[in-house]
Every structure is written in C-alpha cells, then in structure tokens.
Design a protein around this ligand. Structure first.
Ligand code: G16
Length: 543
C-alpha cells in the first residue's frame, strides 16, 4: 500500500559541493530525509519502471535512511532497486553499479571524509545515469523543490533484509536486488590494471600498508590487496567498516592518517603506504619517507598511466579542479593533450568524461579518478600507483624526484580554518572581492600581483556557466593563492587557502614545503586579513 504523507518544507536543504550534508540530529528531524528524497524524485522525469541504485558508506543512520529510500522508491514507481549488501556501497562502486546495470540513477548516503556517529555527519546525494553526481541544473531543481514540498510517497511494508544477497519482489511489484559489489568492482580493477605484474612485485618482498580507516574500502581492499595480489595478511589495516569510523575522521591525509604517515617516515617503513576515506573515493599516497601531494599524484599518474593496460592507448586529456596545482598542466602541455580547469566538485568532470575530452581527473582534496566510473576512486589511484611502481621498478621517491626534474616542482599546500563563524567568513570573502580590481600591480614582499579574479567556469560541453567558484590571486612568475569557502562542512564555515609556487630549478626541489611557500603565506595573510577576521592564529589543518 502506498501512503501519501503531508509534510512541511525545511529551508536548509541546499546541496553543497557534494550533496546535502548535515549532522545526524538534523537528518533525524521528522520527515527531513523523506522531504529531501522526495524532492529528488520530484525533480526527475521518466523513471517509472526503471532501476535505482541505493547504497551508503555504512556510517551511523545509513540503515534507517536506506529503508526509507527503498520504500519511497517503490512508492514513486521505480521498477527495480539495487542495494549494496548491508546497505553498503563505496561511492566509486555505486558509480560502477549504476553504469554496469544501466540504472536510471542512484542515491548515495555519505558524508565522505567527515566523522560519523549519533552527533556527527550524514549526507544524501543523487547520481545520474552516467554514474556521476547530478549536475547543478538538477541540484538546483532539488533545492527549489525542498522549499515548497508538501507531500511525500512511501510504501507501507516491513523493513527489507539488507543482509541477504539475492532478488525479491516487494509488495507492489518493485524488484529488490541486494548485491555484494566487491566482486563487480574487483573485476573492473582487474580489467584496468596489470594484476600479475603487481602480484609479482609483492612476491619479491615489496611491502604495502593500506589503512581503510574503519570505513567502506576495508572489504574491497582486503579482497584486492591480500586475496588477489598476495599481500600478507595485515597489509590492510582498520578494514572493518564501523558506523563511527572508530571515532576518527576518515580523512586520508597526513593529519588524520597520522599513524600510517609516521610509520612511512620512520625506519624500516614499508615501500608504499596508502589510505582511503569514509566512502572510498579519496586517496592518500605515501612512499617511504615521502608524502605525495594529491596535485603531484595527479600529474605523476597522468604522465605514467600508459604503463597500465587500461590506459595503454594514452590519454585524451586531463582535468583538474581550479585550486589543484598546475603540475598536471605541464604534463598535458608536454604530451600535447587537452587540459581543463573546473570548479571544485567532481560533478564538473562528468561532461568532459562523457564527451571523451578528459580521461583522468583530479583534485587537490585527495581525489583522483578516470573515465572508468564517474566518481573519484581511492582504490583505483592506489592500484594505478602500484601498477606504475611494478613496471618501472623504482621507488616512489625516485619516481617523484624524476618527475620534478622533468617538469619542475609545484610546491603546494592547503591551509584550512574550520568551524569559523559564518558571518566572519562571508565578510572575509566579500572584502577580497572588493579588492579584485585594485590588487593587480600591488606588491607583497617579493611578490607582485599580476591578476586577481573570482573564478567562473564555462562548461565547454553544455555551455553552462558557474560563477563565484573561488578568489584567485595570481602573482608574476606563476605563484598564486586561492581562497574559497568549503561546500562540504557541517558546522560554521571552513575557509580554505590554497598556496602554490612553481620551482623549475631542480637544485631547489628539497625545500620544506611551508618554508618554500612562506612569502605566499604572508601575502595571503596581508591581503585577506585572516587572523583578525577569523579570530584564529593558525590554520586548523595544514595539508
Ligand atoms: C567533495 C567533492 C570534491 C571536493 C571536495 C571538497 O569530496 O566531491 O569534488 O573537492 O568535496 O569540497 P569543499 O572544498 O567544498 O569542502 P568528498 O570526498 O567530500 O565527496
């Protein structure tokens, strides 16, 4: 039986960089999740009888919302619902399942790298039939709908069994299929990468340490690294997905994966360290004694991708988000392939990938991926690194150093000021905007501003325009600082300050990063007045 339930709208359901993210108690308000899910369905056309994929990263409240989403999908007329076993799908696996089973779209429940638990974060996002996050046109329509919604539809049947793999017909006729995506995902990875070469490398004693951060990639990583590639048991750590990620931030960076980082910097470090985040789309790459920045990782993967079977024909082009360093641009230039600069948010890569203009994409926020799915993919990045290491037979350190010698080094760092008062953060951005016209020509220490703007993206495929995507201050000589407010935080505002300096001279490639960027850090402070406006003496996180 289908029920139509009266509801009242919430005014705060605007999707951010990647869907709607809020604290769990916000999602637990009456009809909060239902309103948003119905608003998604109300913004779509033509899904009657079609298939919807539903899965999440297993965080606290995942199971409850999955049950609601299944009942609402059935009531709204979807003919089939595919759900991950236990309600769990990593974000890249969800993208793959949508594509493989030609679904109409998918609902992904995740707040990515944000902490989980009864008072922590939760999120819902919608992905379209190409497997990628809905473009702004759709997220804008969803938001508009949330503001006026007055009813939602839900089927009145008992909770379904999410733990039994197989198919069932739900009352009303919708087919429910529960599957274990590890098999499908692993098969895709085996097509792209030279598993025998990696297995051989590992059999020769190459040691890997993968930290699943008590999050969704654990079962995938165990299967791939230990069972298929032969890494000794224990190579994959924290592999049991937990609803609160063991109380940690499942954010793969040197700060939140500190134990792994310290081990990789210590004596007797493994050869290769890596981690992934809450929903499996981000990655951290560390060699023995060297952390690889996500921007460098993108450039190195793009320069060497042809060593993996899935990319042996070369790349059509590379895309990166605007705040990501220009390291990949140098690779694209040398190879004579397309280079695209998009706003922050994986959704902006979808059109370029669908049009065959870009093959590999990446972001400074630890996301890298390719045209194999339409999400960034943590394990994919780790496997491409392993494939390159297996073929080249060199260490991470050697590969990175040689890359810098060939292309120059883009020193790069991001300073985050988290939980800043929203008004203060907005004031800081407004103040920066008001300076854009007067900054060019001004000097800050040794740096002279060449150009300053508020980044706007003109999508070359659908011609849509996205404005106000970050304040860029470009200095003569190629250094720059970018300021933007995060679109994924759930408390107050997070100011992100992205700092970059290019160094061609290889005798100057071993400077400590913060030291190498000191002039730019000082200029950023003077221009934006960060300390007095945020009331903070220092960033909360430096990566
Ligand atoms: C999401 C988006 C990414 C973006 C990141 C950070 O990642 O998919 O494209 O780079 O947020 O965004 P912001 O700087 O606005 O916080 P994830 O891994 O959180 O889904």
């Amino acid at each position: 039986m289908i029920k139509s339930v009266s509801t009242t709208p919430y005014q705060d359901q605007k999707p951010g960089t990647s869907g709607l993210r809020k604290k769990v108690p916000v999602f637990q308000q009456p009809n909060y999740a239902e309103n948003f899910i119905q608003s998604i369905f109300d913004s779509l056309e033509g899904f009657q009888g079609k298939c919807l994929v539903i899965g999440g990263d297993g965080r606290y409240y995942n199971r409850e919302v999955i049950q609601k989403a299944i009942k609402m999908a059935a009531a709204n007329g979807f003919g089939k619902v595919i759900v991950g076993k236990g309600g769990i799908l990593s974000t890249p696996a969800a993208s793959h399942i949508i594509r493989k089973y030609k679904a109409f779209g998918g609902i992904i429940l995740s707040a990515s790298h944000n902490p989980g638990g009864p008072t922590e974060d939760f999120g819902i996002k919608y992905n379209i039939s190409n497997g990628g996050p809905a473009p702004e046109k759709i997220t804008d329509a969803i938001y508009a709908r949330t503001k006026v919604i007055d009813t939602y539809k839900i089927a009145d049947f008992a909770d379904v069994n999410l733990d039994r793999i197989g198919k069932d017909e739900l009352p009303g006729g919708t087919i429910l299929s529960v599957l274990d995506s590890v098999e499908d995902y692993t098969a895709l990875m085996e097509e792209l990468f030279d598993f025998p070469a990696i297995r051989n490398l590992i059999s020769l004693g190459f040691r890997i340490a993968f930290d699943a951060m008590s999050a969704v990639t654990g079962p995938y990583a165990k299967e791939i690294f230990e069972n298929r590639l032969g890494a000794p048991s224990g190579s994959v750590r924290n592999f049991m997905p937990l609803p609160d990620f063991g109380g940690h931030h499942p954010d793969p960076n040197p700060v939140h994966a500190k134990e792994l980082y310290d081990e990789m910097m210590g004596d007797d470090a493994p050869d290769f360290g890596a981690a992934s985040d809450g929903d499996g789309d981000r990655n951290l790459i560390i060699g023995r004694g060297i952390f690889v920045t996500p921007s460098d990782s993108l450039a190195i993967l793009a320069a060497n991708a042809n060593l993996a079977p899935g990319y042996s024909g070369g790349l059509a082009g590379i895309a990166r988000s605007m705040p990501t360093s220009g390291a990949a641009d140098r690779v694209a230039e040398k190879r004579g392939i397309g280079m695209y600069e998009t706003p922050t948010g994986w959704k902006f890569f979808g059109n370029l990938l669908d049009a065959g203009m870009a093959t590999i994409c990446g972001e400074e926020s630890a996301g890298t991926g390719s045209n194999h799915v339409r999400e960034k993919d943590g394990l994919w990045a780790v496997l491409l690194w392993l494939n390159i290491l297996a073929v080249r037979g060199e260490s991470v350190q050697e590969i990175v150093t040689q890359h810098w010698q060939t292309y120059g080094r883009n020193y790069y760092s991001r300073h985050d000021y988290e939980g800043v008062d929203t008004e203060a953060a907005n004031g800081l951005v407004t103040n920066l905007r008001s300076q854009l016209a007067s900054l060019p020509g001004q000097s800050f220490g040794p740096l002279k501003v060449e150009k300053a703007d508020d980044f706007a993206y003109h999508d070359p495929v659908d011609k849509s325009v996205s404005e106000h995507q970050g304040i860029r201050i470009l200095f003569e000589g190629g250094s720059r600082v970018v300021f933007r407010l995060s679109g994924t935080g759930t408390s107050g505002a997070t100011l992100r300050v992205y700092l970059e300096r290019f160094e061609a001279d290889s005798t100057r490639h071993n400077i400590e990063t913060q030291h190498a960027l000191a002039d730019i850090i000082a200029a950023a402070e003077t221009i934006a007045d960060i300390r007095s406006r945020t009331g903070r003496d220092a960033p909360s996180v430096i990566t």
